[in-house]
Design a protein around this ligand. Structure first.
Ligand code: ZN
Length: 112
């Protein structure tokens, strides 16, 4: 199987799982009851936690869709900064990354 196909299948599976999680979290959020005004209500805490997880899952889904778009465009696995191919081991570990290891490191250290 070619490399692109393997990544596509993995990303599509990721996307399906993430979308299932989003649907589940949305259901829980809609089930929000009439909570009292009291702060620190564990039900409200749980609701806010679900909301944070939903936002995180939506961001994840967005990134996976972008990665799939890059696969379609043939730019997947190419560093956005230096244009060099990203190490395959790094892609296995971080399939959504858009930087090669060198650029990721220089971006991080260049900030301080
Ligand atoms: Zn690079």
């Amino acid at each position: 199987m070619d490399r692109t196909q393997a990544f596509r299948e993995r990303l599509e599976r990721d996307l399906q799982e993430t979308q299932a999680r989003i649907a589940q979290l949305r259901e829980r959020l809609e089930a929000k009851g009439d909570y009292g005004p009291g702060r620190g209500d564990p039900a409200i805490f749980q609701w806010e936690l679900n909301l944070a997880m939903l936002q995180q899952a939506e961001e994840q889904a967005r990134q996976v869709r972008e990665a799939l778009g890059r696969l379609e465009a043939g730019t997947y696995g190419i560093c956005q900064k230096c244009g060099q191919p990203i190490d395959e081991e790094r892609l296995e570990l971080l399939p959504l990354t858009t930087y090669c290891i060198r650029c990721a490191q220089s971006t991080r250290s260049g900030r301080g």
